[in-house]
Ligand binder design. Structure first.
Ligand SMILES: [Zn+2]
Length: 267
């Protein structure tokens, strides 16, 4: 279909160039491009912040620009440690669950500057945009602070309201491990996503986290999970990814990442 479209554009361009009318040629090209053009997943996911992505530049709505693809070949560890914006979409986020393949960590590759641009460059800036979520008001009844940027607070409140009506799930949701916490990921120089107020760790008592069981030089720990997929599906409906879909599993961790739930993916 795409090939057909491209050859069709080629035919039109060739046809129009016979008449030597360059302006007309440009007009046809841009009108055909418009018909084929689908906004980039990041533009669809963050329409209030991102204007467009073209010629390898991400154009922010405030006039700033970021390099989209640094054109550096990276292995998995390098993608995690030093990703460009493009690398963040390397692993598609699966809609169903199966045990993750080796190093399959959809959403765990994150460009820190990208999130700083939207949610705040410093602890103080992020804190200025935090708002309250009433976590399971009729049962757990706890106040949590998350970012109001991109309506993360409203999304989490809706998740909370749904979970509140499902008592068989409440033991997994009591004593949540935390939301906003400006800190580095243990043993790294990278900021945890908890720094941006877009995540929640649910009850640590039922959590499995690879860092708790992995020992340097030993085999990578086997995947383990105790969190019901019923909870995961409720979070995913509101575009929070789950750390239980990662090879480097972190099953208490949910994170607002709408770009990973869109129907359009890059070729
Ligand atoms: Zn977490």
């Amino acid at each position: 279909m795409r090939l057909l479209s491209i050859s069709f554009i080629g035919f039109i361009l060739l046809f129009s160039s016979c008449f030597g009318d360059e302006k007309q040629e440009e007009k046809i090209e841009s009108s055909l491009d418009n018909k084929l053009w689908i906004p980039h997943p990041l533009v669809q996911a963050y329409p209030n912040y991102i204007d467009s992505i073209s010629n390898n530049i991400l154009y922010w709505k405030d006039g700033n620009q970021s390099i989209y693809d640094d054109q550096i070949e990276k292995n998995f560890e390098e993608k995690i440690a030093n990703p460009d914006i493009e690398d963040m979409l390397f692993f598609p986020y699966p809609s169903s669950f199966s045990n993750p393949e080796i190093n399959e960590d959809p959403g765990r590759i994150r460009n820190e500057d990208f999130f700083k641009k939207m949610y705040g460059e410093t602890k103080t800036q992020v804190a200025q945009n935090l708002d309250t979520v009433y976590w399971l008001p009729s049962s757990v009844n706890q106040l949590l602070l998350v970012s109001s940027i991109n309506q993360v607070d409203q999304h989490l409140q809706q998740i909370s309201n749904t979970l509140d009506t499902l008592p068989h799930l409440h033991k997994f949701l009591q004593n949540p491990g935390g939301t906003f916490n400006w800190r580095k990921i243990a043993g790294t120089d990278r900021l945890s996503m908890h720094s941006f107020g877009i995540t929640i760790d649910i009850n640590i008592q039922y959590a499995n986290y690879w860092q708790w069981v992995y020992k340097e030089g030993e085999a990578f720990p086997n995947y383990k999970n105790q969190i019901p997929l019923e909870i995961v599906r409720i979070f995913e409906k509101h575009h929070f990814i789950w750390g239980g879909k990662w090879y480097h599993f972190d099953t208490m961790h949910f994170e607002y990442r709408p770009e990973l739930f869109l129907p359009y993916t890059l070729e």
